[in-house]
Design a protein around this ligand. Structure first.
Ligand code: ADP
Ligand code: MG
Length: 190
């Protein structure tokens, strides 16, 4: 299950985060990938707002994890960017948080994917123009996922409303699934 959006502004990217944040549940793990300036922190700020968290969200680059309380659920914001973080994520008890009571977001998750719990909601941000970004949301880690967990993320993705300032792209054609419609969209994907 994948949905692809084109966000036309930073506010629109944040709003996608808000709409997800409003619906997330304890234990969900999101991965967040995208180059510098792609909008990762902007998106997490939205997630935090959607969870009702009022304190500010910054890039956690120089800390392994930033915890934000005061919302409907705690938000654990991890950053696997620095060299060696892979080990720290494992050794420093990240699994105390990952997949537990709160919502976990792991930036630069590509580096640690093999160690993350399944399933996950993958968020990928890609530069398009100076003011526009592709936002790809998909399920990941189907193997080894507890019964029903993947379906729950799929249901969230399927029912997610497109906020203002966001246009939905055609879903990629899936040759192995003829039942899947190839297009929902208004614009072409990259
Ligand atoms: P990252 O954390 O991935 O390095 P940030 O969220 O800190 O990125 O920064 C994204 C920058 O890009 C901000 O300055 C933001 O205003 C700008 N921007 C412009 N258009 C968009 C968009 N459509 N979505 C997200 N950010 C955007
Ligand atoms: Mg950042």
């Amino acid at each position: 299950m994948e949905r692809r959006f084109k966000s036309l502004s930073a506010e629109a990217t944040e709003e996608i985060g808000v709409r997800l944040g409003e619906q997330l549940w304890g234990g969900i793990v999101l991965t967040l990938d995208g180059d510098l300036g792609a909008g990762k922190t902007t998106f997490v700020r939205g997630l935090a707002r959607g969870l009702g968290i009022e304190d500010g969200v910054a890039s956690p680059t120089y800390t392994l994890m930033q915890q934000h309380d005061g919302g409907r659920l705690p938000l654990y914001h991890f950053d696997a960017w620095m060299e060696g973080r892979e080990k720290a994520l494992l050794a420093d008890g990240a699994d105390e948080f990952l997949g537990q009571d709160g919502v976990s977001v792991v930036e630069w998750a590509g580096r640690v994917e093999g160690w993350l719990p399944s399933p996950r909601l993958s968020v990928e941000l890609l530069h398009d123009s100076p003011d526009t970004r592709w936002v790809h949301l998909r399920t990941a880690g189907a193997e080894g996922a507890p019964e029903g967990a993947l379906e729950r993320i799929e249901a969230l993705l399927r029912t997610l409303d497109v906020p203002g300032g966001v246009v939905e792209a055609a879903a990629p054609a899936k040759s192995d699934d003829p039942a899947e419609p190839s297009g929902r969209g208004h614009v072409e994907g990259p």
